[in-house]
Design a protein around this ligand. Structure first.
Ligand SMILES: [Zn+2]
Ligand SMILES: [Zn+2]
Length: 332
């Protein structure tokens, strides 16, 4: 997993658009006939200028639980606060004589079906991906998740967005900014679809600044010619790191690269009498002024600054393995 930073600008852009959508769906658009309808006052607002209509099949008691302010909280709060807001709104609704299932059903109608599956996927996923500008999967850093449209403007490629708090358990949070994690299809569909994460036991890419220092990639010699990728938590007490590696199947995903990227690096270190890792890093650009991060990018195709890990696949993996191979003088 990669730390994504606070992404304040992306958050601002996204909130502006999606909160207008939610307010229109709940209260309708402002007009003479609907004086309590929504109008954000910004003539250039892309959402308010669309011909959107109130979602009329919502339970009025459910609609009554929402205010300008709590809608903004639902969209823009940090993950730990999201759970509090969810609880507050749930209590408000169940206090009106409904049960938890009724709450989930209403949330599903508005936030999951109409919001995430329909509006977000038709209007906002490319935009959000562009605002975020994250280039590889947050969870695995193995696959590019670049955003490209076809020349005629039609959809081309875009990351998937995983819900850190699953939308089946937390449908109210299906559109919350810090709950939408840009990821590859394997991590989103195969790995995370069955995994439930929580803030006590797992790292969160928008909260935990020290993610990349909480674990490292290494390797084991299965035989003199066969190596396997492993990953270890740094700190023996780093239970969250271990749980996160386990639930995201990081070891399994990288095991598939044992005979590829790992073997290439091991070969550079051990296959020849010279240590070619050392030669590549210290002799290739001997007479040129090339920075350390440029060397790593040109030689291994990776970024070595943590904040740039997302820009190239395998950045943390190769950085950790190269560091270890340089440190170890003997074959293991
Ligand atoms: Zn608006
Ligand atoms: Zn992934």
């Amino acid at each position: 997993m990669i730390y994504l930073g606070e992404q304040k600008e992306a958050l601002q852009n996204y909130s502006n658009e999606i909160t207008c959508w939610l307010k229109i769906k709940l209260w309708g658009k402002h007009s003479v006939a609907n004086p309590h309808g929504h109008n954000c006052g910004n003539e250039l607002c892309k959402t308010c200028s669309k011909p959107l209509k109130i979602k009329s099949d919502l339970n009025p008691d459910f609609v009554g639980c929402f205010t300008q302010r709590n809608i903004e909280y639902i969209i823009a709060s940090k993950p730990d606060e999201l759970l509090l807001i969810e609880e507050v709104i749930k209590r408000m609704f169940t206090g009106r004589g409904y049960d938890e299932n009724d709450f989930k059903e209403e949330c599903k109608k508005l936030f999951v079906k109409a919001g995430y599956e329909n509006y977000f996927y038709k209007n906002l996923n490319y935009q959000l991906a562009q605002w975020l500008d994250i280039h590889t999967c947050t969870y695995c850093n193995r696959q590019y998740i670049l955003v490209m449209r076809k020349t005629n403007g039609e959809k081309g490629m875009v990351p998937q967005f995983d819900h850190w708090f699953t939308k089946s358990k937390h449908p109210l949070l299906a559109l919350s900014f810090y709950n939408l994690i840009p990821s590859c299809s394997i991590c989103n569909s195969s790995i995370k679809s069955t995994a439930t994460l929580n803030l006590e036991d797992h790292l969160h890419p928008y909260i935990d600044t020290g993610i990349s220092k909480s674990f490292r990639f290494s390797y084991l010699a299965k035989s003199p010619s066969e190596y396997e990728v492993i990953c270890k938590k740094y700190d023996p007490s780093g239970l969250k790191a271990q749980n996160t590696i386990d639930i995201l199947e990081t070891k399994l995903l990288y095991k598939g690269h044992s005979k590829k990227e790992l073997q290439d690096l091991i070969d550079l270190r051990y296959k020849y009498s010279d240590n070619y890792l050392d030669t590549l890093l210290n002799k290739t650009f001997e007479n040129l002024e090339v920075s350390k991060s440029d060397k790593y990018r040109l030689i291994f195709g990776i970024e070595i600054d943590e904040s740039n890990y997302h820009k190239r696949p395998f950045s943390k993996f190769k950085k950790d393995i190269v560091d270890e191979l340089i440190r170890t003088s003997k074959r293991v």
